[in-house]
Design a protein around this ligand. Structure first.
Ligand code: FES
Ligand SMILES: [Fe+2]
Length: 443
């Protein structure tokens, strides 16, 4: 296990990236339902890429552990008595039973329920029944759980099944320091939902790789953010395969006419929290963004924030990152929407969609209104992991609207009548994502 040092806070480089060359052929529907393609992704991506398995907070103390289900595998992450975080295949080396069945916990010894072998939190076998009955002698001290690569960075435990993988920092490239800037390790997970969806995992990552759908899937966003791609910045990081988007927020879309009452009502809580009177903006609601930036700069410290390493735009806008292969971060200084799509063990037309919301609480504040979630959150309450199917559980007001699309999209992608799509220029991140997949698959 290695731990990347958190760089000294400095403002991120917002210089637009050069557009890499992109393919222009069809993106075949079979990529979303073919078992053969799914198998190629398993061999070429899921067993090779750095993936987020869980939170460093889940293994804060020696003996803490959590499990991460990844396709047909289950991984076990522990913090040993020596303080090191390690990841293992969650497999008993005796005769293969899954070792740990709980999602998280704390134990001095991890015991297999089949024949009672026990392992310490550093992965070493330290008890077997009938040790004298083994031909080569007592296996304790000689047998270990099978370890996989593991790094702790930005508050997350990242794992990689490929023993020859490059370090995580190389995989993240220039976006690693950008993510680190948000101090997510100091945030608290205040929403933890997993949905099993009847769509391929790429529907999720495609969706968060474009904002073309905003006016139709999220019509309410026109009151509080910019919907036009012409006012946004999209950057593709070749060769890493990651992307980012900057989208102006805390003001209505430029194209919005009228609806001033709605705009001021939707912005009321943020404006008043920062000491601004919504009525001051009735003549020109577009001024709210700059006014909020100035108010946050002026009053941030007294409210317990340190905005010194953020650009003004980061105080109001949506800084959205898609990390190859399967993660999105929508970052604000006081919170992060984190999204992940993991493959189903056997069915390419299903996946697991995780939505976590992280809240950064100002000093001395336990209860806080999370704008992105539209609800109050409490740092003293340990949020439970809720699992369900679409419609059963909320991922927050905005993400629920995205989720509602994918089942119907999967049906269309499965149709003989789907010919591979027509992408707009502002969907370049979708194209780039698929080009990156193809590169990883050696296509
Ligand atoms: S399979 Fe675990 S002890 Fe036998
Ligand atoms: Fe969306």
């Amino acid at each position: 296990m290695a731990t990347l040092a958190r760089p000294a806070p400095q403002r991120i480089d917002v210089t637009p990236q050069p557009m890499p060359p992109l393919s222009d052929g069809p993106i075949a529907g079979s990529r979303y339902w073919s078992h053969d393609f799914m198998a190629r992704e398993w061999d070429g991506i899921w067993t090779k890429a750095w993936l987020i398995g869980g939170l460093a907070r889940q293994v804060a103390r020696p003996g803490d552990f959590f499990t991460y289900e990844l396709g047909r595998e289950s991984l076990l992450v522990t913090r040993g008595e020596d303080g090191q975080v390690r990841a293992f295949y969650n497999v008993c080396p005796h005769r293969g039973k899954r070792l740990v069945m709980e999602e998280e916990g704390n134990a001095k010894r991890l015991a297999c329920s089949y024949h009672g072998w026990r392992f310490d939190s550093e992965g070493e076998l330290n008890f077997v029944p009938c040790p004298e009955d083994f031909g080569g002698g007592n296996p304790c001290g000689k047998v270990r759980l099978e370890e996989v690569l593991c790094e702790v960075f930005a508050g997350f435990v990242w794992v990689n099944l490929d023993p020859a993988a490059p370090p995580l920092a190389d995989h993240l490239g220039p976006i690693g320091p950008q993510l680190a800037l948000y101090n997510m390790e100091a945030m608290h997970r205040t929403h933890w939902v997993t949905l099993e969806g009847d769509w391929n995992w790429k529907c999720v990552q495609d969706n968060f790789n474009e904002s073309y759908h905003l006016p139709f899937v999220h019509p309410q966003t026109r009151f509080v953010m910019e919907q036009s791609y012409k006012d946004c910045q999209f950057d593709l990081y070749a060769p890493h395969g990651h992307a980012r988007m900057f989208m102006p927020g805390s003001r209505p879309s430029r194209s919005l006419r009228g609806h001033t009452d709605t705009v001021l009502e939707m912005m009321r809580s943020e404006l008043t929290y920062w000491g601004l009177d919504p009525e001051e903006f009735r003549d020109d609601p577009l001024r709210t963004r700059a006014a909020l930036q100035a108010a946050k700069r002026a009053r941030g410290a007294e409210k317990g924030y340190d905005f010194s390493h953020f650009h003004d735009a980061q105080l109001t806008d949506h800084f959205h990152y898609t990390v190859f292969p399967n993660i999105s971060f929508s970052l604000k200084p006081d919170g992060c929407i984190w999204l992940r799509a993991d493959p189903h063990p056997t069915d390419p037309e299903r996946c697991f969609f995780d939505m976590w919301y992280f809240t950064w609480f100002p000093d001395g504040v336990d209860r806080y209104y999370a704008y992105s979630m539209g609800q109050e959150v409490d740092r003293t309450v340990r949020v439970p992991h809720r699992r369900g199917v679409v419609g059963e559980l909320s991922c927050g007001p905005g993400i629920d609207q995205d989720v509602a699309i994918w089942s119907e999209q999967q049906k269309g992608l499965r149709s003989r009548g789907y010919r591979g799509g027509h992408l707009a220029g502002q969907e370049a991140r979708v194209r780039f994502f698929h080009d990156t997949i193809d590169r990883w698959l050696g296509a």
